[in-house]
Design a binder for this molecule. Sequence first.
Ligand SMILES: [Zn+2]
Length: 113
Amino acid sequence: MRDHLARADLAATSAELTAVAARTGAGIRWSETGSPEFAEKDHTTADGFVISVLQILFFAEIKGEPERVKVCRSSQCRFVFYDRSPARNSTWCSMDICGARHKMRAYRSRRAR
Ligand SMILES: [Zn+2]
């Protein structure tokens, strides 16, 4: 779309597309520069959470990298995340939370022996 429209036309066209998408509940929008984006969602609701997961799956398929969608290895978490690591070897949704908890449990287990 960007190659064919002047900047003002692009912003107007993006606004129109975004308005149509909002009426349908498609969950997508276009920036003023014509870039497609996921529409904002309410993360505090169950629907907002489901939409987030679906957007992750959709994004991974579009990028041709569905293997980057993973479930956190923590049995208490099981959060779905998109593995952005260059080596594609992340196992925790967050090293600061689930990764740190795993390291602490492993450390305590070694000390108990
Ligand atoms: Zn986790």
